[in-house]
Design a protein around this ligand. Structure first.
Ligand code: NAG
Ligand code: NAG
Ligand code: NAG
Ligand code: NAG
Ligand code: NAG
Ligand code: NAG
Ligand code: NAG
Ligand code: NAG
Ligand code: NAG
Length: 800
């Protein structure tokens, strides 16, 4: 029943810690910049794929039941592996073989019933190993033999029954050892004896302490030496038998003792005090103390605890609050210590009488109790002489409301240097105050302050005002080295000239929008700055400045994580880490960008123009445009004259295209010969631009209509022709007409000998015509001209 209940509990805990986290069955990519991969609480049922560069891999609180040989292969650089809380039941013998660099391994809270020496065979670098809370009943073969670097070892669990000398062979040098041996029933004397120098030893021997004191003595006698800081966990002492341990073992040589989770009766307290009477114990800490009795400790009033320097009780629980009556003669408990802490113990009153007894106290920590301004007044004897040696006073986390009260009460604590009044209800600061001149450190964080006035002592070196409601800070503090202003409502940095000695400034989680060199320049000595988690406006200046700072440029280092500097605006950068933002030139140098790009565009445009001009593209364009326009008007014309029949359109036998310079040849030879022939020859009608073009019409129109109204087009080719642009149009139009008509409408006459090569390349049409159409050459000799004319006539008369 109990077991199933605890099982339910642990399942619930598992659910609670893992609540709301999604899982990805195969791989885990949640690695930070330092290559620490946190794959905790993701519901993995097997070791996920993780980058092989990972340095730390946290797989805790998953449901990985087995680690196979391949799961961690290749992770040669892994330093830390955490498999805590997985229900892990099986690990293959060579599962960790590739982890040569592993320094920390946590296998605690799993279901390993047998431990295998082969797991650790290759882990020569291992420094810290945690095997706690697994259900193995013995360690087995010498597990740790090869772990020469091991410094921290934690093992044991609820069913560990036996420890033999061979189990810890090879373990000789540990700094810290934790042993949970609640159910230990066999201990071979000497098993832990060789370990040295044990700085901290934590033992959980709950059941043996109740039932088998001989075993406890054997363990303690093996491990204890005066330098070892001993912690005993889960100590349940309600009879004085358990206390016997403190008498029978050399625990009485221990100087530092911590009891954690400790339940004691009055009887046990008295026995304990008697046992430590005159012992060299210098520090006693009890964390989690449940007192079942009524405070009848008078039998121990003579206890000599003069060597005890430090006494700490945290989390005190009085089971019988109403009958508990701690009598005033316990002054021996507090008489000699310099350091007293009574933390979280529901203490609401400490009388002036008892504090007057604490004449040596220099450090008093009463944090997390129920003190009020009134009871604080009693405790400090209303400002009269008490605690005159006090250097440190911590009353953090009490029900204090009036800052003036603590200022008044502390005035006589002339040695006070350190005052922690954080987590209180202070809401306003008086305008002027007088603090002890010795005060150097003041912590008023997590209060409700809305203003900071010159009340703050000018002697302060460290001031913590974080998590208040401050908006500005204008008090000059010439000696201040550290200022904490995180969690307030600052819109800008306080002026640096107020703190000429400031070295550390934290101003995280405020409402800063941006900061720059000018803000920080006034802090002459600033070295460390934390300003993350603000609502940064990622302007170019800010991003540039911060990236420089993050890289370590300048004398100020940013000591908080890079990732806490995130952009809040502009919108498209919201949430982006400032260190990874790349603002483009367009955004950062707008004017420069615009002028340069305009210049480049202009240059390009002119280059293109030159190129186009060189390639005569303009000429082509002009021509196509002209042709299109002409074509349209010709179509209109055609539509208009459609009724008159197509023949009516043709009114000339030939349109003669020639250059003005060849006009004399046309007028003197061609026209007379063809239009007014001698003899029986039929006259032909020619269309000449000079004569037949309608004045007032657009020339291209004229050309086109002339070509259309003629059956043929005669080109009079010469050097001049090639140079005349109108002729080129004519040529081109006729060329189009060739396609329109589908026949051989063009006739070429070469006035002077020319070859295709004499025609410039861009007149590709002319060149093509010259090579495809037979042309007539104008003969220089008279006698051959007859033949020329005949050929021409024939060509003209042919049906197209
Ligand atoms: C890993 O993440 C879990 C929550 O997912 C958190 O509780 C834990 O502290 C993280 N561990 C480290 C080392 O940051
Ligand atoms: C863990 O895995 C086992 C099977 O391997 C399953 O029975 C159990 O329900 C799982 N637990 C959780 C919390 O996912
Ligand atoms: C403690 O050990 C005994 C044997 O010595 C065993 O019978 C018992 O089950 C163990 N207790 C627990 C809680 O495992
Ligand atoms: C405190 O010790 C008691 C035994 O004395 C144990 O039952 C309990 O679980 C412990 N509590 C914690 C929080 O460890
Ligand atoms: C400490 O305990 C041992 C017994 O283990 C005893 O012989 C010795 O006298 C004790 N020392 C003191 C100072 O009580
Ligand atoms: C201790 O208390 C007894 C009475 O219980 C008293 O007689 C004795 O003087 C006290 N010793 C000291 C040192 O106070
Ligand atoms: C005062 O107590 C709080 C809570 O226990 C602690 O955080 C703080 O560090 C203590 N201050 C000093 C000066 O020890
Ligand atoms: C001030 O007190 C708070 C809360 O007790 C603590 O967390 C903080 O570390 C203290 N500040 C300094 C600078 O010690
Ligand atoms: C850094 O400090 C040195 C002297 O401490 C000073 O000369 C130098 O100008 C400082 N550099 C910057 C960037 O402030």
């Amino acid at each position: 029943m109990r077991r199933s209940f605890s099982c339910l509990c642990s399942m619930f805990l598992h659910l609670a810690t893992c609540w709301g986290r999604r899982s990805n069955p195969d791989s885990c990519t949640r690695c930070d910049l330092q290559l620490r991969c946190n794959c905790s609480c993701r519901g993995f049922t097997r070791v996920p794929e993780v980058t092989e560069d990972a340095l730390v891999l946290d797989l805790s609180s998953n449901n990985i039941s087995e680690v196979t040989d391949d799961d961690l292969r290749g992770h040669a650089s892994l330093r830390g592996l955490d498999l805590h809380g997985n229900g892990l039941a099986s690990i293959r013998p060579s599962a960790f073989d590739s982890l040569w660099s592993l320094e920390e391994l946590d296998l605690s809270d799993n279901r390993l019933t047998v431990l295998d020496q082969r797991w650790f065979g290759e882990l020569a670098a291992l420094q810290r190993l945690n095997l706690l809370n697994n259900p193995y009943s013995r360690l087995g073969s010498p597990l740790f033999d090869g772990l020469v670097r091991l410094r921290i070892l934690e093992f044991g669990g609820p069913v560990l029954e036996e420890l033999r000398r061979a189990d810890l062979r090879g373990v000789t040098q540990l700094d810290r050892l934790t042993l949970h041996a609640n159910n230990l029933s066999r201990y071979e004397s000497g098993t832990l004896a060789k370990i040295w120098p044990l700085v901290r030893l934590t033992l959980n021997l709950q059941r043996p302490l109740l039932t088998d004191l001989a075993l406890v003595s054997a363990v303690l006698n093996d491990v204890l030496n005066p330098e070892t800081h001993l912690t005993l966990e889960d100590v349940h002492m309600t009879s004085n038998t358990a206390i016997q341990v403190f008498r029978d073992t050399n625990i009485n040589r221990t100087r530092h003792l911590t009891l954690r989770n400790c339940t004691v009766s009055d009887e046990a307290v008295v026995s304990f005090l008697m046992a430590v009477n005159g012992s060299p114990l210098t520090s006693l800490s009890i964390d989690g103390l449940t007192l079942t009795g009524e405070g009848r400790w008078t039998h121990a009033n003579w206890t000599d605890l003069s060597r005890m320097d430090e006494f700490l009780v945290r989390n005190l629980d009085l089971q019988d609050v109403f009958t508990f009556f701690l009598i005033g003669n316990l002054y021996f408990l507090v008489q000699n210590q310099r350091k007293i802490s009574l933390i979280n113990s529901k203490l609401f009153l400490l009388s002036c009488y008892s504090t007057r007894l604490m004449k040596d106290v220099q450090y008093l920590d009463m944090s997390d109790n129920l003190l009020t301004d009134l009871t604080l007044g009693y405790m400090l004897c209303d400002g009269e002489d008490t605690l005159t040696d006090l250097r440190v006073l911590n009353i953090s986390g009490n029900n204090l409301k009036s800052l003036s009260t603590i200022i008044r009460l502390s005035a006589r604590l002339t040695k006070l240097t350190y005052l922690d009044i954080s987590r209180s209800g202070y809401s306003s600061m008086p305008p002027r105050c007088s603090w002890p001149a010795s005060l150097r450190y003041l912590n008023v964080s997590r209060a409700k302050l809305t203003n900071a006035t010159p009340c703050l002592s000018t002697t302060l070196e460290v001031l913590d005002l974080s998590n208040n409601d401050l908006k500005s800070f204008t008090v000059s503090l010439p000696l201040l080295r550290e200022l904490h202003l995180s969690g307030n409502k600052f819109l800008r940095f306080p002026a640096g000239r107020l703190f000429p000695n400031l070295q550390t400034l934290t101003i995280r989680s405020n409402t800063l929008n941006l900061f720059g060199g000018s803000d920080l320049q006034s802090y002459r000595r600033l070295e460390n700055l934390q300003a993350g988690q603000n609502k940064f406006v990622c302007s170019c200046d800010f991003v540039g400045f911060l990236q420089l700072l993050l890289k370590g440029g300048g004398n100020i280092s940013l000591t908080d994580e890079e990732d806490s500097y995130r952009c809040d605006s502009p919108l498209y950068l919201q949430g982006a880490s400032v260190s990874r933002v790349h603002l483009s030139v367009v955004v950062c140098h707008q004017v420069l960008f615009v002028s340069v790009s305009c210049g480049v565009a202009l240059l390009l445009a002119s280059l293109v123009c030159v190129l186009l001009w060189r390639l005569h593209v303009f000429w082509y364009l002009k021509m196509i445009w002209a042709w299109l326009k002409a074509k349209r008007s010709s179509q209109q014309r055609q539509r208009r004259s459609n009724g008159e029949g197509s023949e009516a359109l043709i009114s000339f036998d030939a349109f003669v295209s020639y250059s003005e310079r060849d006009a004399s040849w046309v007028e003197n030879f061609l026209v007379p010969e063809l239009e007014e022939p001698s003899g029986p020859l039929q006259p032909l009608t020619l269309c000449l631009h000079k004569r037949d073009f309608l004045p007032g019409r657009w020339i291209v129109d004229n050309i086109l209509s002339a070509i259309e109204r003629s059956r043929r087009t005669v080109f009079v080719l010469s050097e001049n022709f090639v140079r005349s642009s109108w002729c080129r149009y004519e040529l081109d139009f006729s060329h189009f007409r060739l396609f329109d008509a589908g026949g051989d409408a063009a006739i070429l006459i070469l006035l002077e000998p020319m070859t295709t090569d004499d025609v410039p390349k861009r007149f590709c049409k002319l060149r093509k015509l010259m090579s495809s159409t037979t042309y007539l050459e104008w003969p220089q000799e008279e006698e051959q001209r007859e033949e020329f004319w005949r050929s021409l006539r024939n060509a003209l008369k042919e049906e197209t």
